[in-house]
Design a protein around this ligand. Sequence first.
Ligand code: PYC
Length: 313
Amino acid sequence: MIQRVSVIDSHTGGEPTRLVIAGGPDLGRGPLPERVKLFRAEFDAFRSAVVNEPRGSDVIVGALLCEPTDPTCAAGVIYFNNVGYIGMCGHGTIGVAVSLAHLGRLAPGTHRLETVVGVVTVTLEGPNRVSIENVPSYRLHQDRAVEVPGLGTVRGDVAWGGNWFFLVSDHREELKLDNIARLTDVTWRIRRALTAQGITGTNGQEIDHIELFGPPSSSAADSRNFVLCPGGAYDRSPCGTGTSAKLACLIADGKLHPGEVWRQESIVGSIFEGTAQRDGDRIIPRIRGNAYVNAEATLLLDSADPFCMGIRS
Ligand code: PYC
């Protein structure tokens, strides 16, 4: 038996998004967090089939288009990756907006999208240019120390930008593309140490994204980052939720003023523009970037194929 799944592939600053527009699981009409529970419990093989090898790769972020519960939203989106599910995805949302515009399903202007962690707005500013107003973001801990085997004491901030991040500026690493293996090893050790030492986000949520910051290589940027994603891949984009977390820290430190532009460069040289407004003890981040559609495809899930549902670790 062959199951057909229609997808639109795009990339945002080099980071891929695979949007499932038809052929995905029926998760009902409940709240998105409930639908994710059902996705994980009953259809996790579908997640793996769409994003994992041999059809995908560790880098791809999947996005399942679904009916929103909020009638003011144009669509609902559930994001997933090579190891599980993420609440929000900034590069993914820019990619989803450009993909929906490519299909003629989203007109220029501002629209609301429902995600697992809240409603975000997307503004299509051109065929490839999108800004997103992300969920309220905040810094939970400033300058938190973690003892990392092989590295010693590493200090960083814990912040929420739609996912949990540990943000490290004080390190000895070179943020260069030819240093990826070392950067991946260092950030993976930090992540494991945070978990082992019980350093978490709110309500014990795991910090599953680690960001290192350094000087930009482009004079058009304020900073360069390396972002480790939950499944061990690094973000080719500057990471929309990671840039939101960074904005929360910069505003809290008084290093950026509301409305001022922060240009975050990724490890591959792509740039997101970020601004933020204060909202009580949180900020509302706005992230602007470019995405391009690079495939309209039908995935074939052939039950005779031993690797039909992807290679899972
Ligand atoms: O852009 O928010 C983001 C993101 C999260 C994981 C990969 N990209």
